[in-house]
Design a protein around this ligand. Structure first.
Ligand code: CP
Length: 298
C-alpha cells in the first residue's frame, strides 16, 4: 500500500490533519490558482452512486490541471467477473497515478495491498469516509477557529453511516467530543442522547439520512421528522452559535425541515464547497507535492 494513500481518518495524525486544513484554506484564498498541470492521470472508480464525492473529486482534479477519468462498473470488465484488485492493478499498469475509489464493501482497501499507486477512499460500505470527515472538520474549523472542545451531535441512522463513524474518530483525534441520537435500533455507538437534549448540547448538529439501501429496518417516513428529525422547534433549542451540518444527500422534510436546509444556521452547501478544497489538497499530497508550508520552508 502506498504511504500517500488515505483509507481511514485514523491514517492521519492531528498535525497532518491541521496541515490538510491549512492547505485547504490556502486553496480558498492565497493559492486559488495553484495548479499541478503535469497531465498526471487520475482515475475515479465509483462502484456505488455518488454526486458530491465523485464530482468534487473531478472538480478538484480539473482545477489542478490534471487529466481525470471516471469509471462506473456497468460498462467495464467488472461485468465479466474481473476483481477489484485486478481492476485497480489495470489502472496502475495503464499509467494512472492516483485512484479514487468508492466501494460498497467495508475495508475494501485491505484487498489492495499490492497496488503501488496511492488510493484515496471515497467511502467504503458502512465503514469509513475520510475525505468527508476532512471537509466536515474544515467547515467546523472555519466556523469556530478551533476543533478542540467542539461538541458534535450526530442524529440519524448511525449504524449504517460511514460519515458518523469517521467524524467520531476525527473529533477524537482533534480533541472534540461526539455524541449520537436517532432511532435506538439504528445506533451502534455509545454516548447516545435524547434528541431534544443533543440539540441543546451540540455546537454542531449533524443530521444524517436513513440509509434504506443498506438495511430493511422498518422506517415510518410520516412520523420521522417529529420523532427524530430537525424541526424548527428543535432549532429554536440550539445554542445561538450552533450550526447545522449534513453530509447529504438530503431528504428534505424527512430528517430535516425543508426550510432549514438553506437557513442562516445551515452550513450544508458550504460543506460541499469545502469538499473540493480538501480533495485538491489530498490529490496534491498523493502526487507527492506535500504541503504548502514545506514549500515555504525551502
Ligand atoms: N456526502 C456524500 O458522500 O455524498 P455522495 O454520496 O453524493 O458522494
Amino acid at each position: 500500500m502506498n504511504k500517500l494513500s488515505l483509507n481511514k481518518i485514523t491514517d492521519l495524525s492531528k498535525n497532518e490533519i491541521l496541515d490538510i486544513l491549512d492547505d485547504a484554506n490556502c486553496f480558498a484564498t492565497s493559492k486559488k490558482d495553484w495548479m499541478v498541470n503535469d497531465n498526471s492521470l487520475i482515475a475515479n472508480l465509483f462502484f456505488e452512486p455518488s454526486t458530491r464525492t465523485h464530482y468534487s473529486f473531478l472538480a478538484a482534479e480539473h482545477e489542478l490541471g490534471l487529466s481525470c477519468d471516471s469509471f462506473t462498473p456497468e460498462t467495464t470488465s467488472i461485468q465479466k467477473g474481473e476483481s477489484l484488485y485486478d481492476t485497480a492493478k489495470t489502472f496502475e499498469a495503464l499509467g494512472y497515478k492516483v485512484l479514487v475509489i468508492r466501494h460498497p464493501e467495508n475495508n475494501y482497501f485491505e484487498q489492495l495491498e499490492g497496488v503501488n499507486i496511492p488510493i484515496l477512499n471515497g467511502g467504503d460500505g458502512t465503514g469509513n469516509h475520510p475525505t468527508q470527515s476532512l471537509l466536515d472538520l474544515l467547515t467546523i474549523y472555519q466556523e469556530f477557529g478551533k476543533l478542540e472542545g467542539i461538541k458534535v451531535g450526530v442524529i440519524g441512522d448511525i449504524k449504517h453511516s460511514r460519515v458518523a463513524h469517521s467524524i467520531k474518530e476525527a473529533m477524537d483525534i482533534m480533541g472534540g467530543e461526539t455524541r449520537f441520537s436517532g432511532p435506538k435500533e439504528l445506533c451502534d455507538e455509545e454516548n447516545y442522547m435524547d434528541i431534544d437534549e443533543i440539540v441543546k448540547w451540540a455546537d454542531v448538529v449533524m443530521m444524517l439520512r436513513i440509509q434504506l439501501e443498506r438495511h430493511d429496518v422498518e422506517f415510518n417516513k410520516d412520523n420521522y421528522l417529529q420523532e427524530y428529525g430537525l424541526t424548527k422547534e428543535r432549532v429554536s433549542m440550539m445554542q445561538d452559535h450552533a450550526i447545522i451540518m449534513h453530509p447529504a444527500p438530503i431528504n428534505r422534510g424527512i430528517e430535516i425541515d425543508d426550510e432549514l436546509v438553506e437557513s442562516e444556521k445551515s452550513r450544508i452547501f458550504k460543506q460541499m464547497t469545502n469538499g473540493v478544497l480538501v480533495r485538491k489538497v489530498l490529490i496534491k499530497r498523493a502526487l507527492g507535492y506535500g504541503y504548502f508550508k514545506d514549500e515555504d520552508d525551502n
